[in-house]
Ligand binder design. Structure first.
Ligand code: CP
Length: 318
């Protein structure tokens, strides 16, 4: 693995899941793989799980992890080629990234979308500019359109909790939220479940909340949440803002929040969410604190996903 930006960087999802679960069983089995190597974690946006799980994963492999909160402590970065930097940006990525490439063996970046201009966000310019200029492998810690470490974690969590001979029915459901959120987690989850190909996959959301077809193609899509939930084995709950009329909140109907009553439609489904979650807006207390919830286990698995990805990159660059 050279970079880790999307599912397209993974040659075999099941093998990567196996690698992650082997680290879960024995976290320190490759404690020297990253000895004398350094990983840089650059945050242009906030994080709890991604930041700490990637740090722990790197440490388990013997790497030193250094965190840089670029948004709070760094110079404002410019990403546009040929920009006349007379505005608020102070340092161009083509100057900063090669320097970071000298300091670190692997560079990890979190950079959220602006949700103002769809073409800009979906070009993924920020992360592509880092790849272009850093000269070392780049791992996405969530970019403008995708969150691959989260999605790998989600597939790991589904695989380790599914023990029946048939394919699971997985439902991705939109949930209400008070502000416009990126489509990254949902795009990425759809992309990974489709690429994995070992589940019946349904996406349900209100009218006008269609995600980009490049990620959802292959899934069944319905505006009827009850119909989608019927016989579900896994329900993945997530809010996203509109994609077509970009970055808007059209709908905040609390009836889209998952409740115990709705769970009666499912096949005693497990409930997943990437966190952070707004309790009793996106997902009810009764679900989050009840026996169906996988959210804590899911967040715990972030370490093993990150460890499998970092190890794969280290092995490739040996
Ligand atoms: N799920 C997730 O990426 O969490 P953080 O934003 O806290 O890293």
């Amino acid at each position: 693995m050279k970079n880790f930006i999307s599912v397209h960087d993974v040659s075999n999802i099941n093998n990567l899941v196996k690698k992650a679960l082997a680290y879960k069983a024995n976290p320190f089995k490759d404690r020297n793989l990253g000895a004398d190597k350094r990983i840089g974690l650059l945050f242009l946006n906030p994080s709890l799980r991604t930041r700490l799980s990637t740090q722990v994963a790197a440490k388990n492999l013997g790497m030193e992890a250094i965190i840089f909160n670029v948004d709070k402590e760094g110079w404002a970065l410019e990403f546009e080629e040929g920009a006349i930097m007379s505005g608020h940006t102070v340092e161009h990525v083509k100057d900063a990234a090669p320097i970071l490439g000298q300091y670190f063996d692997i560079l990890c970046i979190r950079t959220f979308p602006g949700l103002k201009n769809r073409e800009d966000d979906y070009s993924e310019m920020f992360i592509h500019q880092f790849i272009k200029y850093a000269g070392v492998p780049v791992i996405s810690l969530e970019s403008a359109t995708l969150h691959p470490l989260q999605s790998l974690t989600d597939i790991i969590t589904i695989q380790e909790t599914w023990n029946q001979p048939r394919r699971p029915r997985i439902v991705l459901t939109w949930a209400p939220h008070i502000k416009p959120l990126p489509q990254c987690v949902s795009n990425s989850f759809a992309q990974w479940v489709n690429a994995w190909g070992e589940a019946d996959f349904v996406i349900t959301h209100p009218v006008d909340y269609e995600l980009a077809e490049q990620f959802t193609k292959g899934a069944q899509i319905t505006h009827n949440q009850d119909e989608a939930l019927k016989d579900a084995d896994y329900v993945y709950v997530k809010n996203w803002s509109t994609y077509t009329d970009y970055g808007k909140v059209y709908e905040n109907d609390p009836n889209w929040m998952l409740t115990e009553e709705k769970m009666q439609l499912t096949n005693q489904a497990k409930v997943m969410h990437c966190l952070p979650v707004r309790r009793n807006v996106e997902l009810s207390d009764e679900i989050l604190d009840g026996p169906h919830s996988l959210v804590t286990r899911e967040a715990g698995n972030r370490v093993w996903a990150a460890q499998a990805v970092i190890a794969s990159i280290l092995e490739q660059s040996k």
